[in-house]
Every structure is written in structure tokens, then in C-alpha cells.
Design a protein around this ligand. Structure first.
Ligand SMILES: *[C@@H]1O[C@H](CO)[C@@H](O)[C@H](O)[C@H]1NC(C)=O
Ligand SMILES: *[C@@H]1O[C@H](CO)[C@@H](O)[C@H](O)[C@H]1NC(C)=O
Ligand SMILES: *[C@@H]1O[C@H](CO)[C@@H](O)[C@H](O)[C@H]1NC(C)=O
Length: 253
């Protein structure tokens, strides 16, 4: 089949028109949209390693080392209310070189995947949405920001101050945690719990909602989707479990 000159002419004209109209769009977007992000809040998520393996699917090996499990670690930094980021913006080891020792320490995985695989997943799912603000527009900035926030919003220190210590014997009231965290995290944070085989709720994760300038108080929509992590309930005690290296899927027998 051959294209007639008329068809070619039409194609030529329409692509020319297309160029014209896309240029118009571009002008418009420069004026109206170029400085906007599709998200307003960032959810900074820190996790308590000792209870992480309770709900870990058995297809993943759980790897709990005493040393890594002593402190709160980073789970992620998530631009909120957004589903799809930019999955083809890949993370490469060379993006992170100088940060790796700190990331290994503060953002480790407790599965038998590699730390890099964990960071890669977080980057592709969440990090690539951060590119619309200058302070997050590269892997180095994104991972560096999370490390900075982990120091700024230091849960270990907040709990230590009021002597909240890991224990299988003593449970805490939700209000005890909230009172300890409010001075640090402001009014917009959520404690998440996982339920163990005996129906007890175990503190596993703390999410704090931040503005893009990393200060607290941003009002985010509640996330959609199902998770084994649920908001901790005030009606019952909450266990803050110590690490159990021998049987990390059952931290409190
Ligand atoms: C991780 O652990 C799972 C479950 O124990 C196992 O099936 C899988 O082969 C392990 N993968 C690696 C890379 O070690
Ligand atoms: C880990 O947590 C303990 C208190 O639970 C604290 O003394 C220590 O400074 C923390 N380490 C880091 C690196 O934050
Ligand atoms: C951060 O941004 C929020 C919302 O735009 C603003 O209300 C707040 O004052 C800012 N905080 C700082 C420290 O600039």
C-alpha cells in the first residue's frame, strides 16, 4: 500500500498543527502548571523493626539482627494522595555512593532481599513523585532528605525521654505514645499496629505528615488500599516489643 501525496500532505499538516497546538499547551503549562506538584503532603514513615516480621509473608525470609533492630528505622518518604509516579526513572547504585553507609544503618531491610532492592522499590513507587520540588528532585536528595528527617523526627529519643521501653510484659496506652510524640511530630501523625497470633496489638510504624518544606502539620487524605498495618486502637493496650532474634515472627511468645 502506498500513501498518496494527499495523505502525506494531510499527515504533514496535521503533525504541524499538532506541533502548534502542543506548543500552545506548553505555553499554557509554563504559565499555569509548571510549579505545581500533584501532591501537597509528604508522609514520612518510620518503623519499629522488632514487630516488622509479624505480618511478613512467608515467601520473604525475615532477617533480624540484634544491632539493626535496636532503633527505629526508615520505611519511606511518600508524597501523599498519588498512585503512579515515574516507574521508568530507575535507581542505580552509583546514584547513592556516599549515602550507602548511612542508608545501610538507618534504612535497612529486614527481609532477605538486599537493602538496595528495598531502596529501589521505595524510589520507584514513591521517590520519583518527589521530583517536582527542588529539594527532592534526584535520588541523592530524596534519600538524603529521608536521612535528615530520621534525625529530625527521632522517635528513639522521644520515647527514651519519657522512659517508654520495649517490653513483652508491660503494655502501654495509646495516649502514652501520643503524649510522648506530640511535641516532636505536631498534630498530624498516626501510630500503626499489627495484630499478632494472640490478637495483641503491636506498635509497628509511625507516619508523620509533613509539608514540602518538611515541617509538620500537613493534612493528608487517608491512604487507600489494604495493609496488615492499622491505626492502633485506644481501647486496648499496645505492646512495644523488644527484638527476638531467635523467632522474629513471634517477638513475644
Ligand atoms: C528468601 O527467603 C524465602 C523464604 O524463606 C526463600 O524461599 C527465598 O529463596 C529466599 N531468597 C533469597 C534470595 O535468599
Ligand atoms: C538508638 O536508640 C537508643 C535508645 O533507645 C538511643 O540511646 C540511641 O542513641 C539510638 N541510636 C541512634 C543512632 O539514634
Ligand atoms: C512550611 O510550609 C507551611 C505550608 O505552606 C507553612 O505554613 C509553614 O510556615 C512553613 N514552615 C516553615 C518553617 O517555613
Amino acid at each position: 500500500m502506498s500513501l498518496s501525496w494527499a495523505t502525506l500532505g494531510f499527515l504533514y499538516t496535521s503533525s504541524f498543527l499538532y506541533l502548534l497546538s502542543s506548543e500552545k499547551l506548553w505555553e499554557k503549562s509554563e504559565k499555569d502548571y509548571s510549579r505545581l506538584c500533584p501532591w501537597e503532603c509528604l508522609i514520612f514513615v518510620q518503623m519499629w523493626p522488632s514487630s516488622f516480621c509479624v505480618s511478613l509473608p512467608s515467601k520473604y525470609g525475615c532477617v533480624m539482627s540484634e544491632k539493626k533492630a535496636k532503633n527505629w528505622t526508615i520505611h519511606g518518604l511518600w508524597p501523599s494522595d498519588i498512585q503512579k509516579c515515574c516507574p521508568y526513572w530507575h535507581l542505580f547504585p552509583s546514584d547513592l555512593t556516599n549515602l550507602v553507609p548511612e542508608l545501610n544503618h538507618h534504612w535497612p531491610t529486614f527481609t532477605n532481599l538486599s537493602n538496595f532492592q528495598f531502596w529501589e522499590k521505595e524510589w520507584e513507587k514513591h521517590g520519583t513523585c518527589g521530583g517536582c520540588i527542588e529539594t527532592l528532585n534526584s535520588p541523592k536528595k530524596f534519600f538524603g532528605a529521608a536521612l535528615f528527617l530520621h534525625t529530625k523526627y527521632n522517635i528513639d529519643r522521644a520515647f527514651e525521654k519519657v522512659e517508654i521501653i520495649p517490653s513483652c510484659r508491660q503494655s502501654y496506652q495509646l495516649s502514652t505514645f501520643v503524649d510522648a510524640l506530640e511535641p516532636l511530630l505536631g498534630p498530624r501523625f498516626q501510630l500503626q499496629c499489627v495484630t499478632d497470633g494472640q490478637g495483641r496489638q503491636l506498635l509497628v510504624q509511625i507516619k508523620v505528615s509533613l509539608f514540602s518544606n518538611f515541617s509538620t502539620g500537613c493534612v493528608a487524605e487517608p491512604p487507600v488500599g489494604i495493609s496488615p498495618y492499622q491505626p492502633c486502637r485506644a481501647q486496648r493496650g499496645i505492646l512495644y516489643v523488644p527484638p527476638n532474634q531467635k523467632d522474629p515472627r513471634h517477638p513475644c511468645p
